[in-house]
Design a protein around this ligand. Sequence first.
Ligand SMILES: [Fe+2]
Ligand SMILES: [Fe+2]
Length: 133
Amino acid sequence: MELVKLEDNLKLNIPEIDTQHETLIKLINLLHETMLQGADKAALDKLLSQLLEHTQMHFAYEEQLMSQHNYPGYEAHKSEHDRLMQHLMDLARRYKNGDLLLSFAIVLELKGWALVHIEKSDKPLGTFLDRHN
Ligand SMILES: [Fe+2]
Ligand SMILES: [Fe+2]
């Protein structure tokens, strides 16, 4: 089952960012599959760390691009990144402490924020960069 897929309408046509988004989606898919296959704790720990690391790198990449191009939506976009990162870190911490079981609902929620953020925040950034290059 393909839980998350990057549809053409979610592509920014900025290859670097599109590839990073594909990886983000792939990691969420892997997390979902691994969770369904009996939730091997070591594998889930590793995937969560990879997801954190990748998301951090990806957000920093976009923020760098935004500040380079004086993107007017920088503040709003950056605070959305901060909020999502905080949520993800909180989730990973609770999971590692054993206070949280990864569930279908949690992975669905991750899917939700990834797709909504790409559509509502990253797409407008892509359009802006396209016009200013
Ligand atoms: Fe973003
Ligand atoms: Fe993004």
